[in-house]
Design a binder for this molecule. Structure first.
Ligand code: DAH
Length: 339
């Protein structure tokens, strides 16, 4: 009989279970009200006296081992279930995380900043909601000046002095008001114009303004800076400055780069000429310097303004400006590897 109990002890120690039901069946078998231990304790009085001690110790050990086993298996099963509940199956292979990507406008803007920062330009910013002085008047565009027609403006409510800036040239003015030359700064930002939306134009877009003011700055310095930019940005070394008019620069020019026709997928981009305008530039008008507290007798400089969407459309051969604003993931996903 003693041997039987010892066999049970071994069985209990070796027992394993991986479900609640198996543990419960085990508990009932050994510790239940009609279980084995109940029967063994009942048999105790029939055991001869000289064996009572050993038998008693054995069934007590069996009871202790069975109780411990039930507790142990239960807590192990519970922690397994908890882990599975909180973390899922930890042995399963992971699904790659979608980390997203930058918007193409940010990609191109950062590239432009990189190129200019290598030749000593810092980055400055100004408000999108501007006043008349910084957006127009200080830039030689007084009220009723016909050149204001070039930039149809969104005014805020009925106050004609508060408007959404129509160009980042407003940041030039703010920067010159706060800093004396030498100045080398670029100002990227969002601008707004009251324009009909089409494949070529949008009422919201982005510009990067550049400003260089120092002693004896010449038109040749400007041309060389723009050539350096187009070489670094597009790998193209042919630019053209076409005479133009801006009230805040004199002389003024439009900047064209020669893109060529080999990679043109949308004929509208260069209209079959190979040349594409990417912005305007010029020598800062002395009146603008004076308006901003800089002495035009001592200093001169150049400025330029470029459209970021324009540049992105050229670089990535995108035929419709509206794509930048629609946030269609099928479009945006194509830039997820760009930085
Ligand atoms: N502000 C002009 C525009 O939005 C672009 C521009 C032209 C900026 C000539 C300049 C410049 O700084 O010198 O059309």
């Amino acid at each position: 009989m003693l041997d039987k109990v010892k066999e049970h002890i071994d069985k209990v120690v070796a027992f394993q279970a991986d479900s609640q039901e198996q543990i419960e069946a085990f508990r009932i078998e050994y510790l239940g009200s009609k279980g084995l231990l109940k029967q063994l304790f009942a048999q105790f009085k029939e055991v001869p006296n000289d064996q009572k001690k050993a038998f008693g110790q054995a069934i007590n050990e069996l009871k202790q081992k069975a109780t411990e086993k039930v507790e142990d298996l239960k807590s192990r099963l519970e922690s397994q279930q908890e882990e599975a509940g909180i973390h899922g199956d930890l042995t399963r292979t992971g699904t790659p995380m979608n980390i997203g990507g930058r918007h193409p406008i940010s990609v191109v803007k950062n590239q432009i900043i990189d190129v200019f920062s290598r030749i000593g330009f810092n980055v400055s910013e100004g408000p999108e909601i501007e006043d008349d002085w910084h957006n127009f008047t200080a830039l030689n565009l007084p009220e009723h000046h016909p050149a204001r027609d070039m930039q149809d403006t969104f005014f805020i409510q009925t106050n004609p002095d508060v408007l959404l800036r129509t160009h980042t040239s407003s940041v030039q003015v703010r920067y010159m008001e706060d800093h004396q030359p030498p100045i080398r700064t670029i100002s990227p930002g969002r601008v707004f114009r009251n324009e009909a939306i089409s494949a070529r134009a949008h009422c919201i877009f982005h510009q990067v303004e550049g400003l260089y003011i120092d002693k004896e700055v010449s038109f040749a310095d400007m041309k060389q800076t723009l050539l350096y930019f187009t070489q670094e940005m597009f790998g193209k070394s042919k630019i053209r400055l076409r005479p133009s008019y801006f009230p805040f620069t004199e002389p003024s020019a439009e900047i064209d780069i020669f893109w060529g026709l080999e990679t043109e997928t949308d004929y509208r981009i260069t209209k079959g000429t190979g040349w594409l305008e990417i912005g305007g530039c010029g020598m800062v008008d002395p009146a603008v310097l004076t308006n901003c507290g800089i002495d035009p007798e001592e200093y001169s400089g150049f400025a330029f303004g470029m459209g970021v969407e324009r540049i992105a459309m050229l670089l990535y051969q995108i035929g419709d400006i509206r794509m930048f604003f629609e946030n269609d993931v099928r479009f945006l996903k194509q830039f997820s590897s760009a930085i």
